[in-house]
Design a binder for this molecule. Sequence first.
Ligand SMILES: [Zn+2]
Length: 117
Amino acid sequence: MNETTLASLRAKLEEIRAALMGEVKNNIQSKKDKPNEQVADIADDAAQSYDRQLMMEIGEQEWKKLRLVEEALGKIGQGQYGICAECEEPIPEARLSVIPFAEHCVGCLETIENKNN
Ligand SMILES: [Zn+2]
């Protein structure tokens, strides 16, 4: 994958993350009615309960998506991005451009989904 592609996928991931985090922030703010509260201002030892709270705020599906997005961003940092977690083959760029946080190639995803059904 060339650097331009990687940079644009990284930008997409950051956009998705910002949108998800914005959703959480809005939910928390509207519930607590404290407009200046920062969602990120939470101590490390509260990370576990923060995760749970986050999951409740945005729903399980969105929360999973956020985790995948953060994982993908981490992989970019490690130079591991775009590799299928199952077969370790590169995930096609066409797939990543649609789902930049994809963990699996289409073949492995189908196998996994069939197993779950
Ligand atoms: Zn695969």
